[in-house]
Design a protein around this ligand. Sequence first.
Ligand code: AGP
Length: 614
Amino acid sequence: MCGIVGYIGNREAFPILMKGLHRLEYRGYDSAGVALINSNGELGVYKAKGKVSDLETFVSDKDVTGNIGIAHTRWATHGEPCQENAHPHYSSNGRLAIIHNGIIENYMEIKKHLIECGFIFRSDTDTEVLVQLIQYVQDTENVSLVSAVQLALKQVIGAYAIAVLDKEQPEQIIAARKSSPLVIGIGDDEYFLASDAMPIVEYTKRVIYVEDDTIAVIRKGDALRILDLNNVEHNPEVKHVELSIGQLEKGGFPHFMLKEIFEQPQCIANCMKGRISQDLGEVKLSSVIDYKERLLGAHRFIILACGTSWHAGLIGKYLLESMCHVPVEVEYASEFRYRDPVITPNDVVIAISQSGETADTLAALKLAKKKGAFIYGICNAVGSSIPRETDTGSYIHVGPEIGVASTKAFTGQVTVLTLLALALAKEKGTISNVAYQKIIRELDAIPEKMQEVLKQNDAIADLSKIFTYAHNLIYLGRGYCYPVALEGALKLKEISYIHAEGYPAAEMKHGPIALIDAEMPVVVIATHNTLYEKIVSNIQEVKARKGKIIALVTKGDTVVSKLADHVIELPSTLECLDPLITTIPLQLLGYHVAVHKGKDVDQPRNLAKSVTVE
Ligand code: AGP
């Protein structure tokens, strides 16, 4: 996903812009660029393929002075990663510079018209089309930049978060947003612009989340103006961001991913804070209190998500069906949105997303909403697009997740799903008070048990060395831990680039067992639960074919531990809470294999932290 930063104020813009781009690197990108208006009123645009550090090297002999600028990290959508396609893009008259996160769906049609009007294009991007269109409107309509942007955006179909500089108006930045995130930080006589709050919080915690179909007129020394495309003034709420710089740094860990794995005990405690009263022995979710009737009246839950969040949704299915006795369907958002799904007014959709910006999940929930469903969001990024489209929901409060591979957000999502299932089951009377209280008490012990699992980090790092040269792995689990097997396989795949598949353990007999031989490591989640005997049989089937078995077992296990080649012992917990414990060793396994292989753990190739394009 592209990253946008902007600055206008009394400080030198360049250092602020570069630091901001570094804070957005986690989003994944392939080139970077900056546009500045220097003290002589000259507009300089500098861009480079590769990392932000490559850009900084490239401009080391350039004039990057000035108090106003915009900068960008590009994750290629239209046009390959190269310097010409990197942002910012110039207008033909050299007056305007633009940066953009999103996709202009009808750019080819606009480009064709502009070429007929004599425009020449330097790049293959949709973004360059947009800046040329703005110039075309400015010239032909003889209007201000604000009006030109409004008129141009009315012709655009697609998603955008843009920032535009005009060298003839060096005291202003024009920004606009539709579907792609954009945040404005309000400082003392200075403004900051970014795709999310991270590049902003060290300067100011006062922010405005720009709404869809609005533009921001940001002028040094003036009050910020927010207008819609028909020039109607909006008065958005200024919010206070809770992020701290410490949360953004690695805190002594070699990678954000490892930091975030180790943060999980505290994160899960934070996630439950104010939502569980151990004294009263009850779960209190404000969303359930406020929308009790609608949620209790659900004839069906439909969970929409992608990737790791989809795996959390599978666990949500087990939780909601077993505790609330309501049917749950878990859908890939990307499939749901194009399938013309059947939705009834009694459907409750649960949209799960760490970033709150995943395009497919956002589009799918909008479709379900349009068809009459009630929308419940489970997100991490406060103020992001998905929570703003839901009827209600619960934030997971695990703090910013920087590593592209999701870890603490997954356990946070599973925790909120557990609380939601408990709260609804209690209201519906579909859970006994004994079971309800037992789960609440055990939830209180989970952070401590997670801490215990993390003590095995070094042992898991040693174990992971044997996989460094593996080419394929299989992950097996049953019941609540079947989605954990999927998640463990995804962790390994996305950061070590080793192929891995997660399967329900019993599914092996229906084909995948043909893959098993002495070269095939098989990771099995075999903790003590109602399906333990079944998984022992599955392990024996694998062993009979000389598969190398790495087993996650409950401490004190005496059966699987004798069958497996490698054993990771875990603290026991309730079956429905097992994913909160068994996921952690698989996160560590994936992490350490990737480190042994020398991979870019926090920014794996081809991946973005949030996929805001389809
Ligand atoms: C998980 O490690 C990946 N980063 C990816 O699958 C991610 O979970 C997916 O893109 C969904 O993102 P979201 O939770 O922000 O919507």
